[in-house]
Design a protein around this ligand. Sequence first.
Ligand code: HEC
Ligand code: HEC
Length: 217
Amino acid sequence: MKKSVLVIVSFIAFIVSPCVLADVTAGKAAFDSAGCGDCHYTEGPAREKTIEDQLTKKGPELWYAGSKFNRPWLEGWLSAPKIIRLLKYNSLDTENPGGHAALSVSDATQVADFLMSLTSDVVEAGVIKPKAHPKGKLIFKKKMPCSGCHQYEDRRKVLGGKSGPSLVGAGERLNPDWIYAYLKNPKVFKPIRMMPIFEGLLNPKDMQFVSAYVATF
Ligand code: HEC
Ligand code: HEC
């Protein structure tokens, strides 16, 4: 009895593992053939590249995409992209022209498989749960200048600044644990034209509160 269970389990493992690998390979091939790599790095970490290299980048790095995004959002966005950054990538004043490349629904699924396989070990899993904690709200709206640079939605109204990515729908888009890792050390993910560093201004608990709050957007 035990032996037959073992046989079945190893048979399933044998069938499943090459499929998972094959999906990532297909997604990588779709990513390459669509020219995504012209604008996006999929190899990290960012800090090993030069400043000039960083400034010529045409799009955000994706080497940590699997730690950053929620999969359902990623899959949906790849076939129907919408503007995230109100300003053109790495620009301080030019508007984002939009028009990001869109994939077919089936390519989007495969590319999402590939991108979700790219993770960063800086992001600790299971620390942040979305929660509209009053302290997080106070930090975001009043104590810190977050809302001065980021749009967010409050009672169906979009408020806030435009120099950072819009955080409208951030709860659907971003993995809460990544938000916390990002606040702790934005440089790991984006070494130039980046977020101000809040280390020292916010203690780890406050960063957790504000991350949990942003994850409810
Ligand atoms: C001409 C350059 C260019 C090409 C080609 C391109 N992208 Fe992008 N991509 C961008 C820019 C610029 C942004 C930022 C858009 C925004 O913030 O609204 C972006 C954003 C993204 C994001 C969200 C990243 C984040 O951190 O917000 C993903 C995921 C993505 N692209 C995947 C892809 C895939 C997959 C392809 C290939 C089908 C692709 N891109 C092709 C320039 C490009
Ligand atoms: C001076 C402007 C500024 C302030 C203040 C600011 N940010 Fe940012 N933020 C940015 C920029 C710039 C980026 C990264 C831009 C990029 O990736 O293109 C960013 C990125 C982010 C991201 C990642 C978004 C994404 O999709 O990649 C989150 C989450 C975030 N900020 C939250 C916060 C919180 C919370 C605060 C307050 C504690 C805050 N920001 C304060 C400018 C700001």
